[in-house]
Design a protein around this ligand. Structure first.
Ligand code: CA2
Length: 142
């Protein structure tokens, strides 16, 4: 089983700003946690981050035929992007939406998720552990 983990805008700043919301650990630590977890489970994984919506769309499209599942934290694009929703729908790869924080308990504009309509599950408010839970959910789904 091969999975793709995609992270959207500003997640590269983890540990550097807003630690009260996103924690004190760095993006590099997140990547290490995911890599270690997948290694232990015998899951192949590729982990990427971009600040650009179109790049996320390209990566989702290119995942077809290469990956069995996607873990997606679209960050701010969660709340704005029909393009990401359409891309996830178009490729038809089981996708789990993940958020470090719980957007539903934050500002009203974060309560909407477009991509959720194409995802098999959403994991929210569990910090870095949420990514590992999302991977385990995918492993059961696939
Ligand atoms: O909780 C999440 O994972 C979010 O997807 C994070 C997004 C936010 O727009 C979503 O509503 C919820 C923001 C990512 C920004 O990450 C930062 C990390 C460190 C410092 C500043 C921003």
């Amino acid at each position: 089983m091969n999975i793709l983990v995609l992270n959207g805008p500003n997640l590269n700043l983890l540990g550097k700003r807003e630690p009260e919301i996103y924690g004190q650990e760095s993006y590099t630590t997140l990547v290490e946690r995911i890599s270690d977890h997948c290694l232990r489970q015998g899951i192949g994984v590729e982990i990427r981050q971009t600040n650009h919506e179109g790049v996320l769309v390209d990566w989702i499209q290119e995942a077809a035929g290469k990956y069995d599942g996607i873990v997606l934290n679209p960050a701010a694009y969660t709340h704005t992007s029909v393009a990401l929703l359409d891309a996830v729908k178009a490729v038809g790869i089981p996708t789990v939406e993940v958020h470090l924080s719980d957007p539903d308990s934050r500002e009203d504009f974060r309560h909407v998720s477009y991509v959720r309509h194409a995802c098999v599950a959403a994991v929210k408010g569990k910090g870095y552990a949420g990514y590992l839970e999302a991977i385990d959910l995918l492993a059961k789904e696939i």
